[in-house]
Design a protein. Structure first.
Length: 268
């Protein structure tokens, strides 16, 4: 809980009305509120939770719950880079849970995270897909910290656990825990001299048809032409795709993620 002894967060449900996606249930607690949704040409909506706080502080506990009903299309954005402030002691935590129904689509597309020196943050995300027609585009970008201020990998801890289920079967799990004082964050298998890392997971609507392999080839071709970054894309055991990109500018990774998302949307 934060210094006021409360849990902060957002809970919302998206459904269909007249062939278009609308919010059917919304609740939030300070410092959060919801901006009026932006309508998309395809009938979906973009929703941006707004936060009056300057960032994440020691003791903060956040809970986000999202539900996308059958046929709905919800894209979640964030208003600015996520700043995790210095913490003399303690830590902050966030949990995100989401359910995506049949023929529904969820895109989780927040701005990059900046962990300040001395910060400690733990994130847990669980997403449940009802079946193969449930679509998901999930992205996060983590920076090394405020590099220009001499805070390159100066945070105490950043942990992130992501679990995705389809038909109650675990299809993806990513468990990262970075403690720079104990790890060679610049070394092989970590950031390898880069300052930003993007993780992307995207479902493939019909793995049996071979569309996953086709999309994988298109994404690989896109990434092969990308300058100033290292990357890889894998076809998972479930037939979905996982992408990881290392770079030195958040904007570079965001632009690549946007291009990947455009290619993915062609297959929907």
């Amino acid at each position: 809980m934060n210094q006021f002894g409360k849990v902060s967060g957002v809970k919302l449900r998206a459904g269909l009305a007249g062939g278009r996606t609308v919010l059917t249930d919304v609740s939030f607690t300070a410092p959060y509120k919801i901006m009026k949704p932006f309508e998309k040409p395809d009938g979906g909506i973009q929703v941006m939770p707004l936060c009056a706080s300057a960032g994440i502080m020691s003791g903060d506990l956040q809970q986000f719950e999202y539900e996308v009903e059958e046929g709905a299309n919800l894209e979640l954005l964030s208003q600015s880079f996520e700043k995790i402030h210095r913490m003399e002691e303690g830590s902050a935590a966030r949990t995100v849970s989401a359910r995506v129904a049949k023929n529904a689509c969820l895109s989780y597309y927040p701005q990059p995270v900046i962990p300040f020196a001395g910060s400690a943050f733990d994130s847990t995300m669980e997403i449940h897909l009802e079946d193969e027609s449930s679509r998901l585009f999930l992205m996060d970008i983590l920076s090394c910290g405020r590099a220009v201020s001499g805070e390159r990998f100066a945070y105490r801890r950043f942990s992130s656990r992501v679990m995705i289920w389809r038909r109650a079967e675990l299809i993806y799990r990513d468990n990262c825990r970075y403690e720079p004082e104990r790890m060679a964050m610049e070394g092989l298998g970590m950031y390898e001299g880069f300052s930003h890392m993007a993780n992307i997971f995207l479902t493939v609507p019909d793995p049996v048809s071979g569309s996953g392999r086709q999309l994988l080839d298109e994404i690989r071709a896109l990434l092969e032409d990308a300058a100033d970054c290292e990357n890889g894309v894998s076809l998972t055991a479930s037939g979905d795709l996982a992408v990881r990109i290392l770079g030195n500018r958040a904007q570079t990774l965001q632009n690549l993620a946007e291009e990947i998302k455009k290619k993915w949307e062609v297959f929907l």
